[in-house]
Design a protein around this ligand. Structure first.
Ligand code: NDP
Length: 474
C-alpha cells in the first residue's frame, strides 16, 4: 500500500494517526490517509502566514510563472493522478463521453493555465486637478480551502489557483473520502511553489471546523452541503472571515413544446448523469412539456439502456460506483419513496451489483413535485422526469425550492427560452445545455446554494480586498 504525507511548509510531514480510504468499486482499503492533528493544522497555517509576505510581493507575472510550471508538472504525472482519481473517487478513467478522470485532469490543467493567465490591474476612478483616485486590489492573507469528494482535484484547482494568483497563500483540506489525489498534487506542488505557499492537511472530523474558526485564516472557500456551509458561516463569524460557499443545488431543466428532441436528448442525458449525477450543477429535475414528454422519455431510455456501470479501471465502463455508501443510501431512499408514490421506472431502480457502491442509471417518470426524488438533491444517477402542460407552472416548480445554483431551458425559439430563463432563480441559466462551466464565465449560486463567485475576473476579485488610494494634488 502506498504511503502519503501532509504537505506543510514545503515538506512532506508524517502523522501519528491515519484513516482508511476506500475504493468505492470494490470496498477495499486503498490507503491509510494521514490524519492531521489540530496542532499540525496550526503549523500549516503558520507556514502559509510566513510565506505570505514574499509571495504577495511577487508580480502577477512572477506568480503566473510558478503556476504555469505547476500545470506542466501536473501534466507529466497525469496518468498517475487519473488512476488515483479512479481508485478513490470511482469515476472511470475514460467513461461515457470521455467525462471521467481524464476529463477532470484535463479540466484541472485547462483551469490552472487559463486562470493563471488573468490579472487584476489597478483602476483609476478619478484623475483631475484635485486628485487621482486609484482602486488597488490586495490579497487577503491565508485562504483555507475545503473541497468535496465529487471532483477532488478539479474543485481544489478552482479554489486554490485564483487564491494563489492574486497573492494569497493556501491551506487545503480535501474531503476525507478522496484525499489521495490532492496529496499527490501537493507533493508535485511542493517542488515548484515556494515553501508554505500551498499546504495540504488531511484529516477527519475536526480539521474543517478548526479551519473555519482559525484566527490566522482570512477566508474560507468551501464546496459541499448547505448544512456544512451554514456551520462554516457560523464559526467564521467570530473572526469575520470572508467566505465563498458553493453549496450545490437541485437544478431544473425545462423542455418546451418546440424543442428538437433528437438534437437535445444526448445533451440532457450527459448533463444529468455527468460524474454519475454527483455534480453540483448537474440537471437534477427535468420538466418536459406534455407534447414531447413521451418522445424524450423514449430517447433518454434508449441511451440509458446502452450504458455500462462497473469498475472505472475497466476500459469499457461508462459509469463507476457512487463515491460512498452514504450517498448510495440517499439515492436508494429517494428511489424507494418514488416507488411508494407509484412513480414509473423507465430503467434502473434496483441495485444489481453489491461488490461496490453501484447504482444503475435510472430514469423515473409519472412523478411530481413533493416526491423526495424531485424535492431533494439526489447527487446520484437517478433523474425524475415531470410532465407539464402550462409553462407558468413549470417556472413556479423550478423556483419553488430553497436552492438556486443553475437551471436550463430547452427550445428551438432562443428568444423565448432566454425570456423564460431570465425568470429562473439561479446563478447560471443555460439555453439548450446544462452544467457547462468554463474558466472565464462567473459561476455561483443564489438562495441556499451559497454565495460568492468562482471563475473569471469576478472570481479573482473574491480573493482580494479593495484599497482605495486617494492622491491629492494640492
Ligand atoms: P459536507 O458538505 O458535509 O462537507 C464535509 C467537509 O466539510 C469535510 O471536509 C469536513 O471536514 C468539513 N466540515 C465539516 N464541518 C465543518 C465545519 N463546521 N467547518 C468547516 N468545515 C467543516 O460533505 P459530505 O461529504 O458529508 O456530503 C454531504 C452532501 O453534500 C452530499 O450528500 C451531497 O448532496 C452534497 N455535496 C455537494 C457537493 C457540491 O459540489 N456542492 C459536493 C459533495 C457533496 P472534517 O472532516 O475535518 O470535519
Amino acid at each position: 500500500m502506498e504511503s502519503f504525507n501532509l504537505i506543510i511548509g514545503g515538506k512532506s510531514v508524517a502523522t501519528t494517526d491515519c484513516f482508511d480510504v476506500i475504493n468505492p468499486a470494490d470496498k477495499s482499503v486503498i490507503a491509510c490517509c494521514p490524519k492531521a492533528s489540530v496542532a499540525q493544522l496550526d503549523e500549516a497555517v503558520a507556514a502559509a502566514k510566513a510565506a505570505f509576505p514574499s509571495w504577495s510581493a511577487l508580480t502577477y507575472a512572477e506568480r503566473r510563472d510558478h503556476l504555469m510550471q505547476l500545470a506542466d508538472a501536473v501534466e507529466t504525472r497525469a496518468d498517475m493522478l487519473m488512476t488515483m482519481l479512479t481508485k478513490e473517487q470511482g469515476k472511470p478513467k475514460k467513461g461515457f463521453a470521455d467525462l471521467g478522470a481524464g476529463f477532470e485532469l484535463g479540466g484541472a490543467l485547462a483551469w490552472i493555465r487559463a486562470t493563471a493567465s488573468m490579472a487584476l490591474e489597478p483602476e483609476t476612478i478619478q484623475d483631475n486637478d484635485l486628485a487621482r483616485i486609484e482602486l488597488h486590489r490586495k490579497p487577503l492573507g491565508v485562504v483555507g480551502s475545503i473541497t468535496p469528494w465529487n471532483y477532488p482535484l478539479l474543485i481544489g484547482i478552482w479554489h486554490i489557483i485564483p487564491a494563489l494568483l492574486t497573492g494569497n497563500t493556501v491551506v487545503m483540506k480535501p474531503s476525507e473520502m478522496t484525499p489521495l489525489t490532492v496529496l499527490c498534487f501537493g507533493e508535485i506542488a511542493k517542488d515548484i511553489l515556494p515553501a508554505g505557499v500551498l499546504n495540504v492537511v488531511t484529516g477527519k472530523g475536526d480539521i474543517g471546523a478548526a479551519m473555519s474558526a482559525h484566527v490566522d485564516i482570512q477566508k474560507i472557500v468551501f464546496t459541499g452541503s448547505t448544512p456544512t456551509g451554514k456551520a462554516i458561516m457560523k464559526s467564521a463569524a467570530v473572526t469575520l472571515k470572508r467566505l465563498t460557499l458553493e453549496l450545490g443545488g437541485n437544478d431544473a431543466g425545462i423542455v418546451l413544446a418546440d424543442a428538437d428532441i433528437e438534437a437535445i436528448a444526448g445533451k440532457i442525458f450527459a448533463t444529468s448523469f455527468i460524474n454519475n449525477g454527483q455534480t453540483c450543477a448537474a440537471l437534477k429535475r427535468l420538466y418536459v412539456h406534455e407534447s414531447v414528454h413521451d418522445e424524450l422519455c423514449a430517447a433518454l431510455t434508449t441511451i440509458a439502456k446502452s450504458m455500462k456501470t462497473g469498475n472505472g479501471l475497466d476500459e469499457d465502463t461508462d459509469f463507476g460506483p457512487l463515491q460512498n455508501e452514504a450517498q448510495l443510501n440517499i439515492v436508494k431512499a429517494l428511489a424507494q419513496d418514488a416507488k411508494e408514490r407509484g412513480a414509473n421506472f423507465l430503467c434502473g431502480g434496483e441495485v444489481v451489483d453489491e461488490t461496490g457502491y453501484f447504482y444503475p442509471i435510472t430514469l423515473v417518470n409519472n412523478i411530481n413535485d413533493g416526491a423526495r426524488l424531485v424535492d431533494e438533491e439526489q447527487f446520484g444517477p437517478i433523474l425524475p422526469i415531470i410532465k407539464f402542460s402550462d409553462i407558468e407552472e413549470a417556472i413556479a416548480s423550478a423556483n419553488r425550492l430553497s436552492v438556486g445554483l443553475g437551471g436550463s431551458v430547452w427550445s428551438t425559439d432562443i428568444e423565448k427560452a432566454q425570456s423564460i430563463g431570465s425568470r429562473l432563480d439561479c446563478g447560471t441559466v443555460w439555453i439548450n445545455n446544462h452544467a457547462m462551466v468554463q474558466p472565464d464565465a462567473p459561476f455561483g449560486g443564489v438562495k441556499d446554494s451559497g454565495f460568492g463567485i468562482e471563475f473569471g475576473e469576478a472570481g479573482l476579485k473574491e480573493f482580494t480586498s479593495i484599497q482605495t488610494m486617494q492622491v491629492f494634488k494640492s
